[in-house]
Design a protein around this ligand. Structure first.
Ligand SMILES: [Zn+2]
Length: 419
């Protein structure tokens, strides 16, 4: 790889800013990390779906990011991620973005033809060798049938990723952007052997990916903690890190290639384990978060009281009414127990403190309600429809909201994972 090509540094955090008003506050979390001696690079991510729901354009995200960087005098790199794009949606992201999350989850399981499967497995006899996967003394060993099956399952998806990568490359130029392949939005997790096969196929396609986002074991719901077997996740993560290091050597993939965890934000019970795993492997990490900042905007409005609190209540009331439609696009990553959602009439009577206690992600607080939190997480469309009324309320409570945005990203995400 050319040394002049754009490189994603070792630690990075994906931050979403639905309404492009919190860039500076988000960046302050990276500034705080740097002051403590750790560089964590901000990557502003926003998917096509989010742009559509809000009615925004990637070029606006670029301007907001630039402004935040200038105001904060941030001299380290920063990136703009075209999150979860495909061939049909990449167009408007080409110019403003320099990081592309190539989503090929839809092509997983579209069976590759027998000829390409055979060719692949013949070309990669090393996939049948035993691989030791690091500190736990574990090893991986697959047989020919397994590799054939995985090739049949994943080759079409990887070849699609190749097409998308080359399409971006033609328009932006080689080395002018970072490529990530994401396979997280699918039903079944990809374990270490799957990852090995996928990386061999990625190398065959000559895609110089710098991050890869597999689907991990367990449930990564939006804006709430991990639900699943923490130990199983941790074992899988360590094996994945070992597989990545192995694949970089074996296939001459970019040596800064790292895992991207599409966390859905707020996976507090995993963060210490993630830190231990990356530190003991000496690995980098991209931690993608997104809606946690939008929830800080709602929390800040509620905390501010007055008009802010009223708007937060209105968002909840409408969200409760439109729950079906709002949850639909996120069916795989929200789990709301409707019986435990408060009635809007009840919420309308809440004080600032009651609203904040229910929404804020503090599991030690009895009033915390993860059902309400998930519902509000997917309700940014309602705020978008409020237009200036919402935006003006956020702007006039800038200080209180910014404080929450920075503290949330730094104290609850960056510090436990990277510091
Ligand atoms: Zn994702």
């Amino acid at each position: 790889m050319s040394t002049r090509s754009l490189q994603l540094p070792k630690y990075s955090i994906g931050v979403g800013d639905r309404f492009s008003l919190q860039g500076k506050a988000q960046l302050q979390a990276c500034v705080a990390a740097l002051q403590q001696g750790v560089e964590v690079i901000p990557v502003w991510n926003k998917s096509n779906r989010e742009h559509n729901m809000i009615g925004s354009e990637p070029s606006q995200t670029r301007r907001a990011a630039q402004l935040a960087v200038e105001m904060s005098e941030w001299t380290r790199p920063y990136f703009l991620d075209a999150d979860h794009i495909g061939l049909e949606t990449v167009g408007r992201f080409i110019e403003p973005c320099d990081f592309f999350t190539i989503d090929v989850a839809e092509k997983i399981g579209v069976a590759a033809d027998l000829g390409s499967v055979n060719e692949f497995t013949n070309r990669h006899p090393e996939l049948l060798e035993e691989i030791s996967v690091g500190p736990l003394g574990l090893s991986l060993k697959a047989n020919r049938e397994q590799i054939d099956n995985l090739a049949r399952k994943y080759l079409t998806a990887v070849s699609e990723a190749g097409k998308i990568h080359r399409c971006i490359e033609e328009l932006k130029g080689a080395g002018q952007f970072v490529s990530e392949i994401s396979m997280d939005e699918t039903d079944l997790p990809q374990g270490p052997i799957e990852l090995m096969v996928i990386l061999a196929a990625v190398a065959d396609e000559k895609i110089p990916i710098q991050t890869i986002a597999p689907k991990f074991t367990g449930q990564f719901n939006k804006g709430v903690d991990f639900r699943g077997d923490v130990e199983a996740f941790t074992r899988e993560l360590s094996s994945d890190l070992a597989v990545l290091a192995h694949a970089i050597r074996k296939y001459d993939l970019p040596d800064n290639l790292k895992l991207s965890i599409h966390s859905g934000s707020d996976k507090f019970s995993l963060y210490a384990h993630i830190r231990d795993a990356i530190q003991s492997a000496g690995a980098g990490l991209h931690l993608k978060t997104a809606g946690t900042t939008w929830l800080e905007e709602v929390t800040g409005l509620a905390r501010a009281g007055g008009i802010g609190l009223n708007i937060a209540k209105e968002i909840y009331a409408q969200a409760r009414e439109q729950i079906e439609e709002l949850c639909k696009p996120y069916a795989a990553v929200v789990e709301i127990d409707r019986e435990h959602l408060p009635l809007p009439s009840e919420v309308n009577g809440w004080t600032s403190q009651q609203y904040v206690d229910a929404l804020q992600h503090d599991q030690s607080c009895k009033a915390y309600n993860l059902n309400l939190r998930q519902l509000l997480h997917v309700s940014f469309k309602i705020a978008a429809q409020m237009g200036d009324r919402f935006l003006d309320a956020v702007k006039s409570n800038e200080e209180i909201i910014a404080r929450g945005v920075t503290a949330n990203l730094f104290e609850r995400h960056i510090r436990p994972v990277f510091l």
